[in-house]
Design a protein around this ligand. Structure first.
Ligand SMILES: NC(=O)c1ccc[n+]([C@@H]2O[C@H](COP(=O)([O-])OP(=O)(O)OC[C@H]3O[C@@H](n4cnc5c(N)ncnc54)[C@H](OP(=O)(O)O)[C@@H]3O)[C@@H](O)[C@H]2O)c1
Length: 353
């Protein structure tokens, strides 16, 4: 890529950043493109895993001396602190770059300040190029850092008439194998998977991320969380197997809400403290209803099967809605056919206070 604009370079940096999705947590995904003074790409990098080199360091290593006098285009404000790696702001100063173009400022109070350090060293710093794309690419991490609790994705499977189980309680498998493979891929992108004790008692799920064909476990497993007010999860439940870490979150440990059940905001605050930035709420209907009623769901991913049941449990219970005017409005952002099923992705619209 020769003679590219800063805008094109940022588009490339956003694409690079996405390669780290699912492996960088509790760190953000970050992409960086280095241009020399003629606009020729001399280095590229992304943050691949927590503890590994940051995007800027990878790109600087590629560029070597050619970074001097050039422009660093980076999706997130370079960090300014010494964590598991040194501050990127200092590395950029030492490499002699003349200009740093950033999409989104770093909301993390521990790491922010990179722009100020760069400016103090006489480097020209600009913000906002392709900010919206970079924001979307890092939405779970940014949201979680800004407000102090994880980005919550509610995933469910239902028939076309909105049922999650038949009248006799059978629910495996509503959706196709292709849709279930997609769910396992989704599990691989989050830090925690949450289920209510009702689902554990009814279905005994493993909640691990696996290859469904041969059963092999994904290298990176999300923390499994059972929301279980009084500790009813059986000792032999599959969720307690050795495939991944498991936390049985009880009201005694987390705190109780007004109904005596696990206090959900306290649960999310504790998960954030444990490094969880993105959480997948896998049900069931009652726990999902409590999350939605409390306004704690950021994204909905529904797998809808071309089946009708006409009776049986609905996909959502007690979401705090009694009249149509109070329905939780969603904005659909994607519809994809997966095998015979539809995957519908939607964002809850913000409610008036
Ligand atoms: N189709 C799907 O996508 C899907 C997904 C999952 C499950 N399911 C089906 O759902 C059924 C189970 O439904 P369910 O509603 O009983 O299960 P659930 O939503 O998984 O669990 C509900 C239980 O979670 C516990 N809980 C703890 N804190 C809570 C809080 N703050 N608010 C609400 N609940 C809290 C409560 O038990 P305690 O008070 O004892 O803590 C509550 O009874 C099964 O038939 C399963 O097959 C379907």
């Amino acid at each position: 890529m020769a003679g590219v604009s800063v805008d094109e370079a940022m588009r490339r940096a956003v694409t690079l950043a996405a390669r780290g999705l699912g492996t960088t947590s509790p760190n953000p995904v970050v992409g960086c493109v280095l241009l020399d003074s003629d606009g020729t790409v001399v280095g590229e990098g992304f943050h691949a895993y927590a503890g590994g080199p940051h995007a800027e360091i990878v790109a600087l290593a590629q560029a070597g001396e050619r970074a001097r006098g050039g422009t660093a285009v980076v999706t997130l404000e370079p960090c300014d602190h010494i964590g598991r790696t040194g501050p990127c702001s200092l590395a950029l100063v030492q490499a002699g770059v003349a200009r740093v173009v950033i999409a989104v400022p770093d909301p993390n109070p521990v790491a922010s300040g990179g722009a100020a350090t760069l400016r103090a060293a006489g480097i020209q710093v600009e913000f906002g190029v392709r900010a919206q794309e970079a924001e979307v690419g890092n939405i779970a991490w940014l949201t979680s850092m800004r407000r102090g609790w994880p980005y919550v994705i509610w995933k469910f499977a239902a028939t076309l008439d909105g049922r999650s189980a038949a009248a006799d309680g059978t629910s495996m498998w509503i959706t196709s194998e292709a849709a279930r493979i997609d769910v396992h891929a989704l599990r691989g992108t989050v830090d925690a998977v949450l289920a209510g004790v009702g689902t554990v008692l009814a279905d005994d799920p493993r909640l691990s991320a696996r290859n469904l064909r041969d059963g092999t476990l994904a290298i990176r497993q999300p923390l499994r969380v059972v929301v279980d007010s009084s500790g009813r999860t059986p000792a032999a439940a599959r969720v307690r197997d050795g495939a991944a870490r498991t936390w049985i979150a009880t009201a005694a440990e987390v705190g109780a809400g007004p109904d005596g059940r696990v206090d959900l905001p306290a649960l999310l605050a504790e998960l954030h403290r444990r490094g969880v930035r993105a959480a997948l709420l896998e049900g069931g209907p009652r726990l999902a209803g409590a999350f939605l009623a409390a306004g704690l769901v950021d994204k909905v991913v529904g797998y809808v099967a071309p089946k009708l049941l006409g009776a049986g449990r609905t996909a959502l219970v007690d979401a705090g809605v009694t009249t149509i005017a109070d329905a939780i409005d969603l904005e659909i952002t994607d519809v994809t056919q997966i095998g015979p099923d539809l995957r519908i992705t939607a964002l809850p619209r913000k409610r008036e206070a």
